[in-house]
Design a binder for this molecule. Structure first.
Ligand code: ACO
Length: 333
């Protein structure tokens, strides 16, 4: 029977590393506080002349190479991002051009930190429907560009990067089993980045269009309320996806979670009866890279040679919106 398979994996992190001690020179925080509350020790920060599409292109190129494919083998590019280079054209169209592709469809999706999980569900559905044979799916972010570097509640939490997979619809054992997605917009104000652009935003009153502030967005978060809701909803969604596809939690080999906070990751693993060494953990070195975090975590265990053919992986994410979801994947590479 045909399924959507992950046949290539890639990732890219910008060169510059900012440690907690570096941050403590900018805002009133400490290495101890950040480590204890979040598990983060450092994050990668994009260079001045780099853009999200550059990170996405590097990760995409590595995934193509890993799959043994060229851009000419690809039928579509989807980029999950909250930090596109521009409002339009899409970051995916820029990545297509940078990779030397032409003609096939390319588009962005926006579900903040759940973007990759949403993207995997969307592309899998389209492939099952016969739209495409091979798709390059990328999660890429430059979160450092939408942070208020004076706000210690948020600026310590995020980092930049990109992760990518090449997906192929083919007759083979394993592949993507299925997904569940959720959103509850009544929580939209607990985690947000307002006024993406003065022309497109209902929050224009806060901007003076003649200053440099025009177009500047900054992440705002009610951290502990988000924390409580994330732990509850992630606990529910992982069980929901297992029940939907009739899989026992004891069959799971890997949890590949969104990397927001080590305490949230551990709470979800505990609810699944999984040990910490069954969890892909990158939050310490990458911080929260939003839509890039799940594919970067996948890339991390894949490149370390830890994930084996036939193993069962559960991917999950929680994001502003609130938007959350999970995918089940039988590793077939
Ligand atoms: N350094 C030092 N002190 C700090 C810092 C900091 N960087 N940030 C906050 N504090 C202080 C606060 O001011 C507060 O001080 P007070 O008690 O004197 O008022 C104290 O530390 C405790 O603050 P809390 O916000 O209650 O700390 P908490 O334990 O909740 O941790 C955190 C905060 C890490 C943000 C946590 O709530 C969290 O991880 N939330 C969830 C994040 C998440 O999952 N987001 C979803 C995905 S992101 C996306 O979609 C874009």
């Amino acid at each position: 029977m045909k399924h959507t398979h992950i046949i290539g994996v890639g990732g890219y992190l910008p060169e510059h590393i900012m440690t907690n001690d570096d941050l403590a020179k900018v805002v009133d925080t400490s290495d101890d506080w950040i480590r204890e509350r979040t598990g983060i020790t450092q994050r990668h920060i994009i260079a001045k002349d780099e853009y999200t599409s550059d990170l996405a292109t590097r990760a995409g190129a590595q995934a193509l190479e890993d799959a043994g494919m060229s851009i000419n083998d690809i039928d579509a590019i989807v980029v999950a991002t909250t930090t596109p280079d521009m409002i339009f054209p899409s970051t995916a169209s820029m990545v297509q051009h940078k990779l030397g592709g032409k003609g096939f469809p390319a588009w962005d999706i926006q579900a903040v930190c759940s973007g990759f999980v949403y993207g995997l569900a969307q592309v899998d559905g389209m492939m099952r429907g016969g739209m495409f044979k091979r798709v390059l799916l990328i999660g890429a972010e430059s979160m450092s560009r939408i942070l208020d570097w004076q706000d210690r509640n948020t600026c310590v939490l995020f980092g930049d990067g990109a992760g990518a997979v090449v997906l192929e619809y083919k007759d083979d054992e394993g592949g993507i089993i299925g997904s569940v997605l959720h959103c509850d917009g009544s929580y939209r104000d607990l985690l947000r980045a307002k006024h993406a652009h003065p022309g497109a935003s209902p929050h224009n009153d806060r901007l003076d269009m003649n200053t440099d502030a025009a177009g500047v967005a900054a992440v705002e978060m009610k951290g502990n309320e988000v924390f409580r809701f994330a732990v509850t909803k992630l606990g529910e969604v992982v069980h929901e996806v297992l029940e939907k596809y009739d899989i026992k939690q004891s069959e799971l080999d890997w949890l590949v979670p969104h990397q927001a906070n080590i305490r949230i990751l551990k709470a979800t693993a505990k609810k699944l009866g999984m040990s910490t060494d069954q969890v892909a953990l990158t939050v310490s070195k990458h911080a929260n890279t939003s839509a890039a975090s799940v594919p970067l975590a996948l890339n991390d265990i894949y490149r370390a040679g830890k994930v084996q053919k036939g193993q069962l992986l559960l991917l999950e994410a929680f994001a502003g919106g609130f938007a959350w979801g999970a995918n089940l994947v039988r590793w077939s590479k």
